[in-house]
Design a binder for this molecule. Structure first.
Ligand code: SAM
Length: 431
């Protein structure tokens, strides 16, 4: 059974499809089934024996115990995920043509989002779900922003940058360091001229500033686009509280839907300065639209938070469970956070509560939110369970991709007004 050694990055540029042979890697018996089912990650400990030193980005073939071909992928010695699988077809070559055709097919699937002119920005390639494991490409108007999760995916940089640059309307291709290593590097321009940031993009007819070089993620939380549209449709006349607002995406959407007074809170001063500019960009007046730089956990515990109630609340915290070990603690934090927010909900209020922790799945998040409602002594109905916008697809072979949960709640009255013992969520928000 043959395996192929990858060319280095510079070689990738020169040679696109001629790859040399190297020894095959054998997979532990208990992992074979999940790889055959299409899961694209092989952990180092699943290989027997552990492979010899291979360079990052080496194209490797994996075989089962009988030596039969299982998969072909890219090697990453620096990651717990040692191999990102690209194909289960022994005849499919992992070369520039394959990367290009998968990229273009993914971009084509997003064409309906960009058709019509109201939206010029979305995710074009969503890694594993688009069968380009570890590769992300977001489009912000004329700028394509790439992110590579690990050295294996990064070895595809020249091919991915070339296809991104070839898309109609794209003038600049930027690479952002992957989130986990943000501090290790700056954004760099791979094609075109360095954009003078922020640039202005359009989402459902609204304008937003985006800092493609330094903003969170690749600039904007594109995954919340459809949820912002939902909030817009629900906002008319409603007093709106946008917690963890970032650059005011939900705040601006609510304003566009005719919201009443609003309060937006984020810990980041630059984010709220951008929120102010985003309101101005869309000609929304500032009176009755308060922007507060504060720690939401502290604010919810402060007497100031109890002075008002709200008809529409958006709760979109950062990921609270960066790994499996943190899930228990994160669930406690979600519970206290949601209970505190629900105490501020007016009768018949609508709440959109979100979790972007991939380790907290939907059933667990739902149970946690409902427990929080009990703690807050509020009757709550789950109206809808939502996820990320469809340019961040969730596929059966990669359940880890289902990271964003958004529950739309309708609050009733008090379930036990003033009564009951102290609940778990009566504890300080930070424990
Ligand atoms: C998931 S993002 C929110 C995205 C936003 N809703 C949108 O649609 O663009 C989480 C935000 O929480 C903010 N944040 C993190 N910790 C915070 C804290 N303790 N208090 C307030 N904001 C916080 C971050 O600055 C970030 O803007």
């Amino acid at each position: 059974m043959s395996t192929r050694a990858r060319p280095g990055n510079s070689e990738l540029r020169a040679q696109s499809s001629k790859l040399e042979a190297s020894p095959a890697l054998r997979l532990r018996r208990d992992v074979v089934r999940s790889i055959r089912a299409g899961h694209p990650w092989i952990y180092a400990e699943a290989l027997v024996p552990p492979p010899e030193l291979l360079p990052p980005g080496a194209v490797v073939e994996v075989v089962d115990f009988a030596g039969r071909f299982l998969a072909r992928g890219l090697w990453d010695p620096g990651s717990a995920i040692a191999i990102r699988v690209f194909t289960l077809d022994p005849d499919e070559v992992l070369d520039e043509a394959l990367v290009r055709s998968r990229f273009l097919a993914a971009a084509e699937r997003r064409a309906p989002i960009l058709a019509g002119g109201g939206t010029d920005s979305c995710r074009l390639v969503h890694g594993e779900a688009d069968r380009l494991p570890g590769v992300v490409c977001d489009r912000y108007a004329a700028v394509a922003v790439l992110r590579f999760d690990g050295d294996a995916a990064a070895s595809l940089r020249p091919w991915v940058a070339a296809v991104a640059a070839s898309l109609p309307g794209i003038g600049t291709v930027v690479e952002r360091p992957f989130a986990r290593c943000r501090e290790e590097g700056q954004a760099r321009v791979l094609h075109g001229t360095r954009p003078s940031t922020p640039i202005v993009i359009r989402e459902n007819g609204l304008s937003f500033e985006v800092d493609v070089l330094q903003g969170h993620k690749t600039g904007l939380y594109l995954d919340q686009r459809d949820n912002r549209a939902l909030v817009r449709s629900l906002a008319a006349g409603r007093r709106t509280l946008d917690l963890f607002s970032y650059v005011g995406g939900f705040t601006v959407a609510a304003a566009a839907g005719g919201a009443g007074p609003s309060l937006s809170i984020d810990i980041s001063k630059p984010a709220l300065a951008a929120a102010r500019r985003n309101l101005a960009l869309n000609d929304f007046a500032f009176e009755d639209r308060e922007l507060l730089v504060a720690d939401v956990f502290d604010w919810l515990e402060s007497p100031a938070s109890r002075r008002r109630t709200w008809d529409l609340i958006v709760l979109d915290p950062p990921s609270l469970a960066p790994n499996r070990a943190a899930v228990r603690r994160a669930v406690g934090a979600y519970r206290r956070l949601n209970a505190a927010a629900l105490r501020l909900a007016a009768p018949r209020a609508t709440i959109l509560t979100c979790s972007c922790s991939s380790h907290v799945d939907e059933p667990l998040f739902r149970r946690t939110v409902l427990a929080a409602a009990t703690d807050a002594r509020r009757r709550v109905e789950v109206v809808e369970s939502r996820g990320a916008s469809p340019d961040h697809p969730v596929v059966g072979w990669f359940p880890e991709g289902n990271y964003l949960k958004a529950l739309l709640l309708r609050a009733g009255g008090a379930s036990n007004p003033g009564g009951g013992r102290a609940r778990r969520s009566d504890l300080p928000l930070r424990r």
